[in-house]
Design a protein around this ligand. Structure first.
Ligand SMILES: [Ca+2]
Ligand SMILES: [Ca+2]
Length: 181
């Protein structure tokens, strides 16, 4: 009997947490990251907007430059299915002039698990004046998810050609809160 009472109490707490959840399920979210990479690609913030037709992810950096010498690039991993661990899609691109970008299916964070490019509408643009990289992905292209969350990693190269360390949003491979449409 004691056990049963405890279970009911646990469920009550869980239910309370659920009813309070909508505050974190707004249609947009902003997360900041410290100035912790001595390179222009240094990730400083990420905004996720879950709109009617598109998911828009905007990242802000410290000192983005158009030169290929920066070697700046990044990936936004999209988790669209809470039942399947890890991200289902990744949009990767170079952040300097003349680079390209691609949205691929992934199974977790492994580079080996990168799949085929996704056929659908998406676009990445870099604004060097505002230090923003903006990614717009059609919801349809990623299976029209009810909610989405992202993990972000960036890196660059130094003048001697060596790579910087990777700057993740928060902890490596960590996600933002879920953002419902
Ligand atoms: Ca950073
Ligand atoms: Ca998933």
């Amino acid at each position: 009997m004691r056990r049963t009472l405890l279970s009911i109490a646990t469920i009550a707490v869980a239910t309370l947490a659920l009813t309070q959840a909508p505050a974190a399920n707004a249609d947009s979210i902003g997360v900041t990251d410290p100035k912790d990479l001595g390179h222009g690609v240094d990730l400083r913030s990420v905004e996720v907007e879950h709109k009617t037709r598109n998911v828009v992810v905007t990242t802000t950096h410290t000192d983005l430059r158009p030169s290929y010498r920066t070697g700046s690039s990044g990936s936004v991993f999209l988790d669209t299915d809470p039942a399947d661990p890890g991200p289902e899609y990744a949009l990767s691109g170079g952040y300097f002039l003349g680079t390209d970008y691609v949205l691929v299916e992934v199974d977790g964070f492994s580079r080996k698990a990168m799949g085929e490019p996704v056929e659908g509408s998406y676009r990445m643009s870099v604004d060097y004046d505002t230090e923003h990289v903006r990614m717009r992905i059609s919801r349809e292209a990623i299976g029209s998810p009810d909610e989405v969350r992202v993990a972000v990693r960036v890196a660059g190269s130094r003048p001697d050609g060596s790579n910087t360390r990777t700057d993740w949003l928060g902890e490596p491979r960590s996600f933002t809160d879920w953002v419902a449409q």
